[in-house]
Write a protein that binds this ligand. Structure first.
Ligand code: HEM
Length: 158
């Protein structure tokens, strides 16, 4: 689909790490399991925060306080999922090169990370915006991150 990227995927495929993961019977499965633990930490904390922006869930705490309390879970979940994602990528680069669901996932992931560390963080950290903007940010965050998750699940079906 992106011929310009083909040499890069071929190079990944030829690396020692890629052979190591492909030749092992358990490594891919273990990395995928940790990937899903990271997913639970990331999406769980984001969901609590996004629902708060909608005015649901934990209402006794200010959004900025909730965001501060959840930051550790969110950041470690994100690191865990990104690190294991890269290892999974090394485990099957040529399959992923031709997989439309993986392309959608990477696009949504890029958009989700940009959105998360710009407008979303300003809102969650207490910058004053109208309730409409807060709801929009919560909805967009849910859409992008769950979109990444669904596209990740879709990789195995294409
Ligand atoms: C650097 C970023 C990431 C890369 C390179 C990556 C790569 C992968 C790969 C290669 C798989 C295995 C696909 C298969 O063969 O079935 C996978 C599975 C999956 N990923 Fe990621 N991923 C990344 C980040 C994420 C994030 C941020 C999320 C969620 C928000 C996510 C959610 C999932 C899900 C739900 C699965 C399916 C697990 C299953 O079917 O058991 N991934 N990912």
């Amino acid at each position: 689909m992106f011929p310009v990227l083909l040499p890069f995927f071929r190079w990944i495929d030829s690396t020692w790490l890629s052979h190591e993961i492909r030749d092992s019977t358990w490594q891919f499965a273990i990395f995928e399991m940790i990937h899903l633990i990271g997913l639970t930490m990331l999406l769980g904390s984001l969901m609590v925060l996004d629902l708060r922006l909608f005015g649901f869930g934990i209402k006794r705490q200010r959004t900025a306080d909730l965001s501060r309390d959840l930051r550790g879970w969110l950041t470690s979940g994100l690191w865990l999922i990104l690190l294991t994602g890269v290892l999974l990528f090394f485990g099957e680069p040529m399959k992923l090169y031709a997989n439309a669901s993986f392309h959608v996932k990477m696009l949504l992931l890029f958009l989700a990370i940009v959105f998360q560390f710009t407008l979303f963080n300003r809102i969650a950290n207490g910058k004053e915006f109208s309730p409409g903007v807060n709801k929009f940010a919560g909805a967009l965050s849910l859409f992008l991150w769950f979109g990444v998750g669904l596209a990740g699940r879709g990789i195995g079906f294409l």
